[in-house]
Design a protein around this ligand. Structure first.
Ligand code: SF4
Ligand code: SF4
Length: 84
C-alpha cells in the first residue's frame, strides 16, 4: 500500500486551498477534524487503501505539504534483489 505524509505545519488548509482533495481521482482525503496551531484544516488520507500512487496531490500542492511514498511493486523489488 502507498503511504501519504501530510506536513500539517505547511498546509494552508482545505477550506482555503483543497487542491489535493480536488485532484485526487479516488477521494483518498477528508478534512481533518482538528485545526493546526495556525488555524488550518489539513487533509487526512482516510482512505489510503484507495491510493493509486498517481502523485497528483504531491505534485500540485502549492506548499509542498504532501509527500507520497510509493510502494514498490514485486517486480521492482525482485529487480533490486537481483542486482549485484
Ligand atoms: S497519490 Fe494520487 S491517488 Fe494517492 S492520494 Fe495522492 S492524488 Fe490521491
Ligand atoms: S494542496 Fe497542499 S496546501 Fe492545499 S490543502 Fe492540500 S496539503 Fe494543504
Amino acid at each position: 500500500m502507498h503511504r501519504i505524509r501530510v506536513y500539517q505545519e505547511l498546509c494552508k488548509g482545505v477550506e482555503l486551498c483543497g487542491i489535493c482533495m480536488a485532484l485526487c481521482p479516488v477521494d483518498v482525503f477528508e478534512p481533518s477534524e482538528t485545526l493546526t496551531p495556525r488555524g488550518a484544516r489539513p487533509p487526512v488520507p482516510r482512505w489510503i487503501e484507495r491510493c493509486t500512487g498517481c502523485e497528483n496531490c504531491m505534485l500540485y500542492c502549492p506548499d509542498q505539504a504532501i509527500v507520497v511514498i510509493r510502494e514498490k511493486s514485486e517486480q521492482q523489488q525482485a529487480l533490486e534483489v537481483d542486482q549485484p
